[in-house]
Design a protein around this ligand. Sequence first.
Ligand code: AMP
Length: 300
Amino acid sequence: MPLLVVGSVALDSVQTPQASRDDVLGGSAVFFSYAASYFTSVKLVGVVGEDWPAEHTKLLTDRRIDAEGLQVVPGAKTFRWRGKYLPNMNDRETLEVHLNVFGDFDPVLPEEYRRSSFLFLANGSPRVQLKVMDQVVGARLTVADTMDLWIREDHDALMELLGRVDGLVLNDSEAKLLTNDENLVRAGHKVREMGPKFVVIKKGEHGAMFFSEHETYVMPAFPTEDVVDPTGAGDSFAGGMMGYLAEQGNFEPTTLKKALAYGVLVASFNVEDFSLDRMKKIEREDIELRMTQYQRMLSF
Ligand code: AMP
């Protein structure tokens, strides 16, 4: 079923204790759509400037990602983010953010995009996320991501969004900040009581937690030794999860659980290199192989 993502498209500069890269392909919508493309076709809506290399778009369109909704603004610059990871490779510091063309992002969706059944509102301003929701009248499942910036600076719009989405994915520290509760199980349910039918808390190297009215569970991370760059782990997790749901065409509890597992597995590949470099080298069967190992690991 058609999957639509709206979010940031970026040129990232990343420093880890071992290595660094400048101006590489990134952005929440990019990691999300690439991860989802192993499962289904994806429509990407975003904005870039004229400094955007055409080969980046080709990389996406070569992989069942429809980039018709990627607007190129002449005379403007692409969103840039610079971050540095601490030696634990889990915590990071944002060194620079240049919103550039993303600061005025006001997506107007093509008619066909408005009929998408599965919608992911990747990290961005909740006001923009709400505007997108208003346009996608055909959505059967709408899931959003958010971050500390919006929890602190646009709380009212975020609360309105939470009252309208079906699902929310956010980091552990963000769930604690939003609920003022250090206990993640309580925090997860408190976020759910703010509106979404289900909440997924991402815990980096510790996997993810799921909360709905009737279920609470954890999904451990797939153990990998090669953590080269965690950037985009959260977005590729969401892409794997939503991609599988869109492929299956439903969001029953059992499908959701398997979708979370696929999210964990796609993210485990993404962190094994910078930008999309690791994901570029894998196919669906590599994910399935890891799924077999993961299921074996979790059965006892
Ligand atoms: P993740 O590691 O999953 O949190 O995602 C990292 C990606 O988010 C990077 O590729 C950044 O370009 C992008 N990003 C960083 N800050 C923002 C922001 N304020 N709004 C939207 N995207 C962002």
